[in-house]
Ligand binder design. Structure first.
Ligand code: GDP
Length: 406
C-alpha cells in the first residue's frame, strides 16, 4: 500500500512527526520533493532530531529511505545531516538511497537565490539554500542530476568551482544512487510512505503564486517524485494545525493582528514553538483557515485529514476559525487565486467554546472533551473530509488514530 503525507497548509504542520509515527508500519519511506529548505522536527523521549533532506523514517533501524526524483539535493547539506545522524547513533549506511533523477544544488546557486530575491520588487522571502535556483536550472534544462555525475562531457563543461565541489561528493553520491522506478517496482507489495515537503498552499501550481516554493508540494507530486503513476497512490493524508502558520512573505488572510491581538499572537507562537527549524525565523500565526483547508482537500484529493497541535488551544476560553472571507463587501468561500484578493480578504470567524483542559493524555476520540470534539466535527463537515488522526503533543506517542491507516 502507498500512503502519501502532505502538508495541507503553508508547511510546518507536523508532517515529520506524522511520517515518523506512521513509518512504524512501513517498510520504505520516500521523500518526494523539496530540498534542504524543509525542516522536520521529531521528538522521541528526550531526543530531538531536526531533519532537512533525509526522510523521517530513518530513525527506525530497519527502514529503507529514498530521496525522490522531485528533490533537489545539496550534497554538502546531505552529508552533514548524515554525519549528524551517525554521531547520534543512527546507523544509516545501506539504508539511504537517492533517485538518479534528483537534481543537485551547487554552492553558487545559494548565492544566486539570495541575490535574486533581494533584487525582486516584492521579495518572496527565500531561505537562500539554492532550492529555487536549482529548480529554475532544471526547468531551463541546465540542471545536473545524479545520473549526470559520470557523464564526462557534461561535468567538463561546468565551472571549475562546481567541478571541485562535485568531485568531493561524487563517489559517495554514486554509491547511493538508484533507479527509483525500479526500486518502487521491487517494493510494490510493501507498505510505502511518501513524505511531502512544505504544504499545499506553497505548491508552485496550486499555492499562492508567486509566494510559493519552487517544488511540488501537492499530492500529485508524490507520484512524480517517486517515479510511479498517480493510480499507484492508495491514500492521501493532509496534515494541518488547529491554527495557521506561515513563514516568509505572501498573503495569509487569517493572520492575527500583531498590534491588537499581541497576547494571542505571542501565546500561540510561544506555546506552539513556532520558529523555523531551518532558519529559526519566527512563524506568522493566525486562525485556522477553513477556506484554504477545504481548497487543499479539493486540489489534493485528501482522503483523511490529520489534525496536529490541538493541545495548543488547551487553555483558551474561546476558539475561532475562519469560515469565509469578506472581499470588497462580498462573502467568498472559494479560495481566491488573485494575490490582490487574498491581501484584501478579511476572515469571517466562527466561535467555538474552549475545552480548558489538557488533551495530552487523550488517546481516544470519545475521551476528548465535547467542545474539542465539536471543533473537530465542524472541520470535518466544512471540508467534507474525515479527520482520521489527531496529535495532541509534540512527542511521537502523543497521537491517536480514529481509523486504520494501512
Ligand atoms: P513539518 O515541517 O510539517 O514536519 O513540521 P515541523 O516538524 O517543522 O514542525 C512541527 C513542530 O511541531 C515540531 O517541533 C513538532 O515536534 C511539533 N508538533 C507536531 N505535532 C504537534 C502537536 O500535536 N502538538 C504540539 N504541541 N507540537 C507538535
Amino acid at each position: 500500500m502507498k500512503v502519501v503525507v502532505i502538508g495541507a497548509q503553508w508547511g510546518d504542520e507536523g508532517k515529520g512527526k506524522m511520517v515518523d509515527y506512521l513509518a512504524d508500519d512501513a517498510k520504505v519511506v520516500v521523500r518526494y520533493a523539496g530540498g534542504a529548505n524543509a525542516g522536520h522536527t521529531i521528538v522521541i523521549g528526550d531526543q530531538q532530531y531536526a531533519l532537512h533532506l533525509v526522510p523521517s523514517g530513518i530513525l527506525y533501524p530497519d527502514k529503507t529511505v529514498y530521496l525522490g526524483m522531485g528533490m533537489v539535493i545539496d550534497p554538502e547539506a546531505l552529508f552533514n545531516e548524515l554525519q549528524m545522524l551517525k554521531d547520534r547513533g543512527i546507523n544509516w549506511e545501506g539504508r539511504v538511497f537517492i533517485s538518479d533523477r534528483a537534481h543537485l544544488v551547487l554552492p553558487r546557486y545559494r548565492e544566486l537565490d539570495k541575490k535574486r530575491d533581494a533584487e525582486r520588487k516584492r521579495p518572496i522571502g527565500t531561505t537562500g539554500r539554492g532550492i529555487g535556483t536549482t529548480y529554475s536550472m532544471k526547468s531551463e534544462r541546465d540542471g545536473i542530476r545524479l545520473a549526470d555525475l559520470d557523464w564526462k562531457e557534461k561535468i567538463e563543461d561546468l565551472e571549475d568551482a562546481d567541478k571541485e565541489f562535485l568531485n568531493k561528493y561524487s563517489e559517495r553520491l554514486i554509491s547511493m544512487r538508484v533507479n527509483l522506478t525500479a526500486e518502487m517496482y521491487k517494493h510494490r507489495n510493501d507498505n510505502i510512505l511518501l513524505e511531502g515537503a512544505q504544504g499545499a498552499l506553497l505548491d508552485l501550481d496550486t499555492g499562492t503564486y508567486p509566494y510559493v516554493s519552487s517544488g511540488m508540494s501537492c499530492s500529485a507530486g508524490a507520484a512524480i517524485g517517486a517515479g510511479i503513476g498517480p493510480r499507484s497512490l492508495d491514500k492521501i493524508l493532509g496534515v494541518f494545525k488547529a491554527y495557521s502558520t506561515r513563514v516568509g512573505n505572501g498573503p495569509m488572510p487569517t493572520e492575527f493582528c500583531e498590534e491588537t491581538q499581541s497576547e494571542l499572537y505571542h501565546y500561540v507562537r510561544e506555546t506552539g514553538r513556532e520558529y523555523g527549524v531551518t532558519t529559526g525565523r519566527p512563524r506568522r500565526c493566525g486562525y485556522l483557515d477553513l477556506v484554504a483547508l477545504r481548497y487543499a482537500c479539493q486540489t489534493n484529493s485528501i482522503d483523511e485529514l490529520v489534525l496536529t497541535h490541538l493541545d495548543i488551544y488547551d487553555t483558551l476560553d474561546e476558539i475561532e476559525a475562519c469560515v469565509a472571507y469578506e472581499i470588497d463587501g462580498q462573502k467568498v468561500v472559494d479560495f481566491p487565486t488573485s494575490i490582490e484578493a487574498l491581501n484584501k480578504a478579511k476572515p469571517v470567524l466562527q466561535k467555538f467554546s474552549g475545552w480548558k483542559q489538557s488533551l495530552k493524555n487523550c488517546r481516544l476520540y470519545d475521551a476528548m472533551p465535547k467542545s474539542a470534539r465539536d471543533y473537530v466535527d465542524f472541520i470535518e463537515k466544512y471540508c467534507e473530509t474525515p479527520v482520521g488522526i489527531i496529535s495532541v503533543g509534540y512527542e511521537r506517542n502523543d497521537t491517536f488514530l480514529r481509523t486504520k491507516v494501512w
